[in-house]
Ligand binder design. Structure first.
Ligand code: NI
Length: 239
């Protein structure tokens, strides 16, 4: 499914700690008051980053007042803490996508726990908050993974296959034709072709009357319970 990430990291923990102590701008964080029980909503999700190009994606989203959710990899958070901090302070949601994108179903319970906790620590150091949802790399999970996550596992209902087809027009067309109200769209900001597709995705879904929300906003006012099932879209969720 997703390409495995092999990225070496050399960033001091001190850097993240200093950034975490800096006040975030308050004005950008207010979420739009959208009730997804009443209007058409979609949650765009961007996985496996951050990378340098995530800043370009943030400009695209913020210029259009579109909120999204980022399932970040802990190692990359350690490398780009200020990107994760500005993502969160712009009102986007940050989720835990493990420390180094391992297939968690192949690891011991202790290793799984470490994958989540190391990523939590890096995210908390960057943003001041522990993420409230997780997404298993490759969508691969079992009882041990769900138990270690101790939070809802949020996966997706529209798979763009953007990692496979590096073609912006194809990605836009997939999202445009497949997205239904309440869907969660899987994208990867580690691919330039995906970042290039985002203006077209937003334009196409806005034309269909969609509101762009974070994962938490998509399910609100419900709070998802942890550990038993995964969540792919709003329509499939029965409280
Ligand atoms: Ni991934």
């Amino acid at each position: 499914m997703h390409r495995r990430l092999v990225i070496s990291v050399a960033v001091s923990a001190l850097c993240g700690a200093m950034l975490a102590g800096t006040a975030a701008p308050a004005s950008a964080a207010a979420p739009a008051a959208v009730d997804c029980r009443k209007v058409k909503c979609v949650a765009l999700t961007f996985d496996d980053g951050p990378v340098a190009d995530t800043q370009r994606l943030l400009r695209t989203l913020n210029d259009r007042n579109v909120k999204a959710t980022f399932y970040v990899v802990g190692k990359n958070v350690q490398r780009y803490p200020s990107t994760v901090r500005s993502t969160a302070s712009a009102g986007h949601q940050i989720g835990n996508h493990s420390w180094d994108h391992a297939d968690l179903t192949r690891l011991s319970a202790a290793q799984i726990k470490s994958q989540f906790s190391r990523a939590d620590t890096a995210i908390k150091q960057a943003t001041g908050k522990k993420p409230t949802t997780v997404r298993a790399p490759y969508g691969a999970h079992n009882a041990a993974v769900r138990q270690a996550a101790a939070r809802p596992l949020v996966h997706w209902s529209v798979d763009t296959l953007d990692w496979k087809y590096r073609d912006s027009a194809r990605i836009i067309n997939t999202v445009k034709t497949q997205t239904k109200p309440g869907d969660i769209v899987l994208l990867h900001d580690i691919h330039k072709t995906t970042v290039n597709a985002v203006p077209g995705i937003i334009q196409a879904l806005k034309a269909r009357g969609f509101h762009f929300v974070t994962v938490d906003q998509l399910f609100a006012p419900a709070k998802l319970p942890a550990g038993k099932v995964t969540y792919h879209n709003r329509a499939a969720y029965r409280p």
